[in-house]
Design a protein. Structure first.
Length: 289
């Protein structure tokens, strides 16, 4: 029985790790890219754009299992609607959707609501599906926040709220298992977390100990964070989603540890201390380098 897999979002945090795992398994897969030549070297590609339904129908043709990961962009709901319609038209047999922890179409939190609405669209499509709902990524500390940490202070409006941050490699491990045998996971939703709840202050303190320099977490008013994102030119809808996520964390609603990484991937989720040791160079200042 064939299982032709198409990975969307293949260049991102989760997608790039997933591609490595599928290659290691010698899986029959391709990566969707919006421009020719955009896939990793040696990986088959299909050209498609989430905002171009015709290109999606062409990209999804012959695909058995579709890994759907959308960028956090204002048009995300329209991208999802286009993708689900194209998947139905192309005869896709299973959708594995990368969503977010706490996704709920009825939520008061904008980020949870939009993810929940997209999940509902997928589940109502008539196509067998699996939903992956990961918590916040450890990797954000080496991408979004690396410069701030190197400067000695991480500013965020999350108070002492804790979240069981997850290494994206664990998300990719779970996704690879589900993609390899999608029928065994049909109709299931998996919340994916790391092994412990941590506050921003605790994470920054662990980084400071590892790199031997003072790094502080500074809680700032929500309005200050919103103004900073506005000044950076972020779209208002994305700001709304990110601010709602900050608020959810600050209220303590994002705390909670799930066993699903170990149950599906067959190993415990990676812990934060090991992640910090592996990535210490990302937070080293110029003198240390």
């Amino acid at each position: 029985m064939t299982n032709r897999i198409l990975v969307t979002g293949g260049a991102g945090n989760i997608g790039s790790e997933l591609v490595r795992r599928l290659r290691a398994r010698n899986a029959d897969f391709a990566v969707m890219t919006s421009r020719p030549g955009g896939a990793p070297a040696g990986v088959a590609e299909q050209v498609g754009d989430f905002l171009d339904p015709a290109s999606l129908r062409q990209a999804f043709a012959g695909v058995d299992t579709l890994f759907l990961l959308f960028p956090l962009a204002p048009d995300m709901p329209r991208m999802a609607a286009n993708a689900v319609a194209a998947a139905k038209a192309a005869g896709v047999k299973h959708i594995v959707r990368s969503s977010g922890a706490g996704a709920d179409a009825g939520s008061e939190a904008a980020i949870a609501r939009v993810h929940g609405e997209i999940d509902a669209l997928v589940s109502a499509s008539g196509i067998p599906f699996t939903l992956l709902l990961p918590s916040s990524f450890m990797q954000n500390l080496v991408t979004v926040y690396a410069s701030a940490i190197r400067s000695g202070a991480l500013y965020a409006p999350r108070g002492d709220g804790a979240v069981a941050v997850i290494d994206v490699r664990d998300i990719a491990d779970v996704a690879a298992e589900v993609l390899a045998n999608p029928a065994a996971h049909a109709g299931r939703s998996y919340t994916l977390t790391g092994p412990e709840n941590l506050t921003d202050a605790q994470m920054v303190s662990a980084i400071a100990r590892e790199i031997g320099r003072d790094v502080r977490y500074i809680d700032i008013p929500e309005q200050a964070a919103q103004d900073a994102m506005t000044n950076m030119g972020m779209p208002p809808k994305v700001i709304e989603w990110l601010m709602s996520l900050n608020h959810v964390i600050k209220q303590g609603w994002a705390a909670g540890v799930s066993p699903m990484v170990e149950e599906i991937a067959g190993h415990p989720p990676r812990n934060f201390a090991d992640f910090v040791r592996e990535n210490a160079s990302a937070w080293s200042d110029g003198d240390a380098e």
